[in-house]
Design a protein around this ligand. Structure first.
Ligand code: GLN
Length: 491
């Protein structure tokens, strides 16, 4: 029996039935990482000894009969979550030596549930990007290949290391974070399920901040059910995060079998953009058909401010990033490059520590927040953000969930879309509106491109109604029957 090709739900059952131990499961993953990570670069830091210790503790819990559904499950943790005693880089050189003294709330809750941390997954630097090429620790290779080609493709971003690790069988699941699409787009590029929950569902405490009004943690896994199990453990109110919501966490797995009969599914006209590829349009049609066949009512809706989504996002996100990243000054955290005086030290540290994309965003953010431009850009963007939220609220008067494609294309080649940053930003066109509105959204693998690459559909729900998102996503997953596997994977 392969210990690598399991779902989380399946592994938990097998562990409970003593078919194998948590130590055996973790050892199989440690070995797979040792063999394949040098090629894929999905992990920045691996923690095999820590993982074994945690696996031993999990076996003790299983023996004592106190195990839960995640006890002994090996995970990849995006290297944006602070992990006590384990280096946390945010894929930036400026945090290369940073070992956090404390654990993020999300990872603490996962550890309390008995999960095993295999290592810290690669990402775009400070989660800024859509392809993992902005990482200060090298790009990640997507384990999927185009038919008949060995060309390296990107795994998407920013949670590209998490995505590649799970797709290549180097972890059973992973944590990601999503500010404008960073869970959903890499899930789509690697044939995984991934959900960005409602803003406030998961605590942001201990997650390296990118854009605080948008950042949300969420799970990435091989099935919708696995995501529901993980999200249950990751969610909940936290006094350490003033924006975390004081809401009961439902049993998300209970929603999976609800089906879509009688549900109203909205299809937003504005997502049918000029130049949408025929392949993506066909995938969307297929998703609509599958849901209709299962008894959903399909309703045309309008989200009229969608066209401003990217422009608003690329003002708000850099503005918040420029403020959040001011703390990396060589004094408090991570790297320091000495200079002639204090200012010189700041400048040298930040010049050496940040990569080009991060510097670009700090400059854009500082510009839109500066006196004289604040009203014209930042304040205006906040107003339009509110209109985008209102679009969703109006739509949700008429429908229970919304179906769209996740990304405008399949995974692209390493080195493509790099001529100018705006081309890269277009990747986020379908994902940023849900981020700006704070509503939950999930990507589900729904088909293959003509070149044999996975394509995802996105299900968007009402605030704090992840259960409907899971119900629709699980129904889509069952109907689409996606079983293809990436060609580069551990066996
Ligand atoms: N690709 C988007 C960006 O570059 C989203 C990133 C994210 O969600 N962290 O900002």
């Amino acid at each position: 029996m392969s210990l690598l090709n399991l779902t989380i739900a399946g592994a938990a059952q097998a562990l409970a039935a003593k078919k194998f131990s948590a130590v055996e499961l973790t050892t199989a993953h440690n070995n797979a990482i040792a063999a394949l990570n040098p090629r894929l670069n999905a992990y920045i830091t691996v923690t095999p000894e820590l993982a074994l210790e945690q696996a031993k503790a999990a076996d003790a819990r299983i023996a004592a009969g106190t195990a839960g559904p995640l006890t002994g499950i090996p995970l990849a943790i995006k290297d944006l979550f602070c992990t006590a005693g384990v280096r946390t880089t945010a894929a930036s050189k400026i945090l290369e030596p940073f070992v956090p003294p404390y654990e993020s709330t999300v990872t603490r809750q996962l550890l309390e549930a008995g999960t095993v941390c295999l290592g810290k997954a690669n990402l775009d630097e400070f989660a800024m990007g859509s392809s993992n090429i902005t990482s200060g620790y090298g790009p990640v290779e997507n384990p999927w290949k185009r038919n008949g080609s060995d060309a390296k493709l990107v795994p998407g971003g920013s949670s590209g290391g998490s995505a590649a690790a799970v797709a290549a069988r180097l972890a059973l699941g992973a944590t990601g974070t999503d500010t404008g699409g960073s869970i959903r787009q890499p899930a789509s590029f690697t044939g995984l399920a991934g959900i960005k929950p409602t803003y406030g569902r998961c605590s942001r405490y201990g997650i390296v901040a990118f854009a605080s009004s948008l950042d949300q943690a969420g799970p990435m896994a091989r099935t919708v059910e696995d995501c529901a199990i993980l999200l249950g453990a990751m969610s909940g109110f936290d006094t350490h995060d003033s924006t975390s919501a004081e809401r009961a966490v439902p049993d998300f797995t209970a929603a999976l079998s609800r089906g879509v009969k009688g549900l109203r599914i909205g299809i937003p006209a504005e997502y049918r953009m000029d130049g949408m590829s025929a392949e993506i349009a066909a995938l969307w049609e297929k998703g609509i058909l599958l849901l209709r066949e299962q008894g959903a009512e399909i309703i045309d809706i309008s989200l009229p401010h969608t066209k401003y989504g990217l422009a608003v996002y690329y003002i708000v996100a850099p503005a918040e990033a420029s403020s959040n990243l001011a703390r990396y000054d060589g004094v408090r955290f991570g790297k320091r490059v000495d200079g002639e005086d204090l200012i010189d030290m700041y400048e040298r540290t930040r010049a050496a520590g940040f990569g080009a994309e991060v510097k670009r965003r700090i400059m854009i953010g500082t510009y839109v927040l500066s006196h004289g431009y604040y009203d014209a850009y930042y304040l205006k963007a906040q107003k339009v953000r509110n209109l985008i939220l209102r679009d969703f609220n109006n739509a949700f008067d008429k429908v229970d969930a919304i179906l769209t494609p996740t990304a405008p294309s399949a995974a692209f080649g390493l080195g493509e879309k790099m001529d100018d940053p705006v081309t890269m930003y277009l990747n986020d066109v379908f994902t940023v509106p849900a981020s700006l509105a704070g509503v939950p959204a999930m990507s589900v693998p729904a088909g293959l491109s003509a070149e044999g690459l996975p394509l995802g559909l996105q299900v968007i729900g009402k605030h704090f109604d992840e259960e409907t998102v899971f119900a629709v996503s699980a129904a889509l997953e069952r109907a689409a029957g996606f079983t293809a596997l990436p060609s580069v994977r551990a066996e």
